[in-house]
Design a binder for this molecule. Structure first.
Ligand SMILES: *Cc1c(COP(=O)(O)O)cnc(C)c1O
Length: 440
């Protein structure tokens, strides 16, 4: 049966499935199953969200048919009159949302945005400073096998690792300056994938200015919070800001690059196209415009405020249950849970697997100074963007904490206990999800 729980599906997916059932039953069946998975499980992956039906719908349109290489008013193909207007609207809304002068909405993803930004600011072999992946950075910030680590020379600044330091597991801003003085990087990257605290962009700019470096803020994770004023803005401190559009910003999958500098903006445009990409994904750009429009509304600010409140509620509840949250808590939408506090035996890999059995979806994640390898880890990363979109408030987050502890406790006890307890929790999760349907 292609559609076991039709009432769970948002109307866009449901309408698409009606069509696909006849046209391509194999794919229809798999999309229906995925729609059901999303509807009936709790999504705690910090980089994920549930988009509105409008954002989703805009992607599934005829805009996908068009080649629009180039930029509004300067395309390499005819027939772009409406595409010019759509891309202009997307750019204008992005600038309004983030309070900047220039935006390039064409990057296919966050990593592509970083590729184009780096190509605009560095020559092959140049040095840049960033946080290393294992401390919460991103693979596009200098991982060895990524382009950023193959074609440039990354140097990394540290966190405070000493347990008794008051800023334990937070960025060591003095060390950022020291790393800059020692290596004279062309670019300093800030902005992370697993960092639960406010980023002080002003301090980063001071460190960059001392050595004449360009500051790039990659706000992929916190873009929504920045747009809503719930996290300080990287402007005016960062010279260039890159981001994804699909995390807290709650748009379609994609990237975005912004700046206030006209010369840099021209370089960035050339490096996105034809530097790293061909034709833009106009159906995604249309959807980005819709998402930016939504993020400009007052409701989005309320949403982001609740995202932060929900993350805090989850973190506090986990602490009460005996878990350690790295850096002692969270200021944003995510947290890293140090599982060793609950039991030395507990790994991130086990926790991720056991929680999924109960319908709670998250990812294992290294914690600062993690003695375990990335395939095992001592932590899980939990985020509140997707559950907040569903309408969860602090009470539901506390309920999730208690489910997490029941599942992990059962897993530590025995495989049999794990099996029976995850069955029970799975049903409770399903029941809660049915009273908080996905956006339609
Ligand atoms: C998610 C993320 C990206 C990359 O996003 P993709 O769209 O997956 O390429 C870049 N930088 C940071 C900090 C991220 O968290």
């Amino acid at each position: 049966m292609a559609n076991p729980h039709p009432h769970h599906h948002d109307p866009i997916t449901a309408a698409t499935l009606e069509l696909l059932k006849k046209h391509d039953p194999a794919i229809a069946d798999l999309i229906a199953k995925e729609a059901d998975r999303q509807a009936t499980t709790i999504e705690l992956i910090a980089s994920e969200n549930h988009v509105s039906a409008a954002v989703m719908h805009a992607m599934g349109t005829c805009l996908t048919n068009k080649y629009a290489e180039g930029y509004p008013g300067a395309r390499y193909y005819g027939g772009c009159v409406f595409h010019d207007q759509i891309e202009d609207l997307a750019r204008q809304r992005a600038c309004q949302l983030f309070g900047c002068r220039f935006a390039n909405v064409q990057p296919h993803s966050g990593a592509q945005a970083n590729t184009a930004a780096m190509m605009s600011l560095m020559e092959a072999g140049d040095t840049f400073a960033s946080l290393v992946l294992k401390d919460g950075g991103h693979l596009s910030h200098g991982m060895k096998i990524n382009f950023s680590g193959r074609f440039y020379k990354p140097v990394h600044y540290p966190l405070h690792y000493a347990k008794d330091h008051p800023e334990h597991e937070r960025i060591d801003y003095d060390a950022v300056k020291a790393v800059c003085r020692e290596h004279k990087p062309k670019v300093v990257m800030c902005g992370y994938s697993a960092y639960p605290r406010v980023i002080d962009f002003k301090k980063f700019r001071e460190a960059a200015d001392e050595v004449g470096a360009i500051l790039v803020a990659d706000i992929a994770h916190i873009a929504g919070l920045v747009a809503a004023g719930v996290h300080p803005s990287p402007f005016p401190h960062a010279h260039v800001v890159t981001t994804t559009t699909h995390k807290t910003l709650r748009g379609p999958r994609g990237g975005l690059i912004m700046t206030n500098d006209e010369e840099l903006a021209k370089k960035i445009d050339r490096n996105v196209f034809p530097g790293v990409q061909g034709g833009p994904l106009m159906h995604v750009i249309g959807s980005k415009a819709v998402a930016f429009g939504e993020a400009l509304k007052p409701e989005f600010k309320t949403y982001c405020q609740q995202v932060v409140k929900n993350a805090k509620a989850l973190a506090e509840a986990l602490v009460k249950l005996g878990y350690r949250i790295t850096s002692g808590g969270t200021d944003n939408h995510l947290m890293l849970v140090d599982l060793r506090q609950r039991s030395e035996k507990l790994t991130g890999a086990d926790a991720e697997k056991w929680l999924e059995m109960a319908g709670i979806i998250c990812n294992k994640n290294g914690i600062p100074d993690d003695p375990r390898p990335p395939k095992l880890t001592s932590g899980v990363r939990l985020g509140s963007p997707a559950t907040t979109t569903r309408g969860f408030k602090e009470d539901q987050m506390r309920q999730i904490a208690s489910w997490i502890d029941r599942v992990l406790g059962a897993g530590l006890e025995s495989p049999e206990t794990l099996e029976s307890e995850t069955k029970r929790v799975r049903e409770e999760v399903r029941s809660l999800c049915s009273t908080f349907p996905l956006p339609a």
